[in-house]
Design a protein around this ligand. Sequence first.
Ligand SMILES: [Zn+2]
Length: 264
Amino acid sequence: MIDPAPRARMRALLAPLFELTLQDSRLEGMIAGVIDAGCGERLPIPRFVYRGPTTDLESVRLALFALVHGDEPAGATAIFHLLVTAVQDPSLLRGVDLFCYPVCNPTGFADGTRCNRAGVDLNREFWRGSSHGEVQILEAELRAHRFDGLVALHADCDSPGMYAFARGPVTSDELVAPALAASESVLPRNTDVVIDGFSAHHGVIRDCYEGVLAPPPEQSPAPFEIILETPGRASEAAQVQAALSGLRGLIATLPRLSRGGFGI
Ligand SMILES: [Zn+2]
């Protein structure tokens, strides 16, 4: 028998997002794919796309990912608030097509666990021939849309402050700086020289784990890649505000950088 609680948790997160699509034709909500959650249960991986007002340049395709780890819900809430803000003031996303994946690990979110229901950390599975439906769906999205930039939102219970992984082209560094500066108004930055086992400089790490959610290896030019980490022991409300501020700081910097192109 299917437990109704996980489905209710998913509905509580997604209903306000789909409701928001009724308020602004720029925002579309759809199902990127459906995973088999076992025992006959099927859960969606949703995609919300906000097409900001256009400029004389081609719009930047920015993808946001949250809940890759199912017990880190602040990122999904931050995405919701960002979209609410965009609906109220579309100029916030001028020149940006924003692709949002607020629930990348539906069973983990439903169960309140880091891993998916099969016990696998999805953020070690990308571009390694994974058999997990969540990874296959997201890899297909990454291949189909060829984003100019990727931002994944995470939380780290071992970190006392905000930090970020900046991968890919140098623009990752140029964007992560304003993101962290903006989030610092809410939560402090982790200035340790080693964070999560990696050497760090002023809260920025250039190295990363293998198998994290990333662009297709063959994509050229490579998009910018940022993983924004909130301190997992901070209140969820503070994490949401810090992630939201970080995203807004990053997005505000995009128009200046996009004129030179992002890729390498
Ligand atoms: Zn995480």
